[in-house]
Design a protein around this ligand. Structure first.
Ligand code: EZ4
Ligand code: CO
Length: 405
C-alpha cells in the first residue's frame, strides 16, 4: 500500500480546521487533523510546502519510519507547528492501516480495555447562578464530571465564560483581524473562587466531579494558595495552575495541597514531561493527539505516565477536529492509563463536513466500529466553509501589561 496523493484542506465550519487527506494506490482515504488554534495557516504551509512533497510513493504501512523521518529527518524537532503536522500524517497513516486491516483503530492499539469512556463537559456562567444552570444542563445530558468556569466580579470577560447570555457555548477563538483583549486580576480571582466551589458543593453534593482550568494564570505560590483554599471542596483536579515551562514550580504547589493537578495541553512531545512525570508532580497528562505527534506521539506519553500511575485526560476542545477527537477515543478505549476524556461539544455546521461514528450519551463515549479512525471528511462540503482569520484572546492586567492567557 503506497501513498499516492496528499492534500491539505483548511476549512471553517463554525471555526477553522486543518485537515490532511492521504490517498493510497489501492483506493483508501486516510485523514488527519493538524489544527493549531489561531495559527492554522502556518501548519497548513508546513504541511503543504515541506511535508506533502515527501509523501507520494512512501509505504503507507511504515508509520514509525515516517514519524521518525519527519521528526529526526527535519533536524528542527518538536514545536507545536512541526508536531501538529507530524500528527496529521501519523493519524492519517493509522487510519489507512486500520482500514486496510478492516478493523477500528483501537483493535490495532491492543484492543478494548474498558466498556466505555468517561467524559467531562464544560459548564460556564458569568455568575454562580448562570454556572449552576449550566451544570444542571450538563447533568441532564448525563455528565458525571464537569469543568466549572465562572466570571469574576469586577472583570468584564475572562477565560471559559461567555460575554453575553445569548452565546450558549464558550469558544475562545474569535473571528476578526485582531485578537479580543481580556483583563485579568489575580487577587479578585483567588478571593472569589472558594465561595463558588462551596456553593456548587452545597447544590450538587459530594458525588459530582468538579474540575477547574486555571489556564496558566498564577504564580507557583498563588497556585498553592488556590489549591489549598479549594481542598475542602475536593476538586477532581486543577488544570494548568501555573505555566509549565518551569516544571519545578509544580513541586511548590504539591507541597501545600493534595488536590490532583493536570497539565500538558500546550506540550507537544514526551520530552516535555521529562521532569513532571518521573518526579510525580502531576496526576493527569493533558496532551492532544493533534498537538503531540499523533497516535504514535501520544502513546509514548501515556506509556511513560503509566509507570508512575499518572493517567490520561486527552485534550478535547473544539479546536481539535472530530478526527483528532476520534483518534483520542480509540486510544482511550485501548490504553490502560486512561483517566478521563475532555469533551467541549462541537457546534453546527461541523457535521456537514465531518461525519463521525463515535457516539456520546449518558456522559460516556463509545468509539464506532467503522474500520480506521472512523471519521469521513467531505472535501466538497469543506469548500463551502472557507478559512476566516481568527485569534485566541490576549490577556492584560489593569495596568495594561500582558499576562498569560
Ligand atoms: O484554551 O483549546 O482545557 N481546555 C482549554 C482550551 C484551550 C484552547 C486553546 O486552543 O484550555 O479551551
Ligand atoms: Co485547558
Amino acid at each position: 500500500m503506497k501513498i499516492q496523493s496528499a492534500d491539505v484542506v483548511v476549512c471553517s465550519p463554525g471555526r477553522n480546521y486543518v485537515t490532511l487527506v492521504l490517498k493510497t494506490d489501492d483506493g483508501l482515504v486516510g485523514v488527519g487533523d493538524a489544527t493549531v488554534n489561531g495559527r492554522e495557516l502556518a501548519v497548513a504551509s508546513y504541511l503543504q510546502d515541506h511535508v506533502v512533497p515527501l509523501l507520494p510513493g512512501r509505504d503507507a504501512h511504515a508509520i514509525e519510519d515516517t514519524w521518525q523521518y519527519l521528526h529526526r529527518g527535519a533536524y528542527w524537532r518538536r514545536g507545536p507547528i512541526t508536531m501538529a503536522a507530524i500528527a496529521a500524517v501519523d493519524v492519517a497513516l493509522w487510519d489507512l492501516k486500520a482500514q486496510s486491516a478492516g478493523l477500528p483503530l483501537f483493535e490495532l492499539l491492543g484492543g478494548r480495555s474498558r466498556s466505555w469512556i468517561r467524559a467531562y463537559g464544560h459548564a460556564h456562567g458569568r455568575d454562580v447562578a448562570e454556572l449552576t444552570d449550566s451544570v444542571h444542563a450538563l447533568r441532564a445530558e448525563g455528565f458525571s464530571a464537569v469543568r466549572v468556569q465562572v466570571g469574576i466580579p469586577g472583570l468584564s470577560n475572562g477565560y471559559g465564560v461567555t460575554v453575553t447570555s445569548a452565546q450558549s457555548r464558550y469558544e475562545p477563538a474569535v473571528a476578526g483581524d485582531q485578537p479580543v483583549e481580556e483583563v485579568w486580576d489575580t487577587g479578585r480571582y483567588l478571593r472569589h473562587l472558594p465561595s463558588v466551589f462551596e456553593e456548587l458543593r452545597n447544590t450538587f453534593g459530594p458525588d459530582l466531579d468538579l474540575l477547574h482550568d486555571v489556564h496558566h494564570r498564577l504564580s507557583p505560590i498563588e497556585a498553592a494558595r488556590l489549591a489549598k483554599s479549594l481542598e475542602p471542596y475536593a476538586p477532581f483536579w486543577l488544570e494548568d495552575v501555573t505555566p509549565a515551562e518551569n516544571q519545578e514550580s509544580f513541586r511548590l504547589v504539591r507541597e501545600h495541597s493534595t488536590v490532583p493537578l493536570a497539565t500538558g495541553e500546550t506540550f507537544n512531545s514526551v520530552v516535555d514531561y521529562l521532569r513532571l512525570i518521573p518526579e510525580q508532580l502531576i496526576d493527569y497528562v493533558r496532551s492532544a493527539v493533534t498537538h503531540a505527534g499523533g497516535v504514535t506521539g501520544l502513546r509514548r506519553i501515556l506509556d511513560f505516565a503509566a509507570l508512575y500511575q499518572i493517567r490520561s485526560a486527552i485534550h478535547g476542545p473544539t479546536d481539535i477536529s472530530p478526527i483528532g477527537l476520534s483518534a483520542a477515543l480509540h486510544i482511550d478505549t485501548a490504553h490502560h492509563a486512561f483517566g478521563i476524556q475532555e469533551f467541549m461539544q462541537y457546534q453546527e455546521p461541523i457535521s456537514e463536513v465531518f461525519d463521525v461514528d463515535y457516539t456520546f450519551s449518558d456522559g460516556v463515549f463509545q468509539p464506532g466500529d467503522r474500520p480506521g479512525v472512523g471519521v469521513r471528511f467531505d472535501v466538497d462540503a469543506a469548500k463551502r466553509f472557507p478559512y476566516r482569520r481568527a485569534y485566541l484572546p490576549v490577556n492584560r492586567l489593569a495596568d495594561g501589561s500582558v499576562h498569560d492567557w
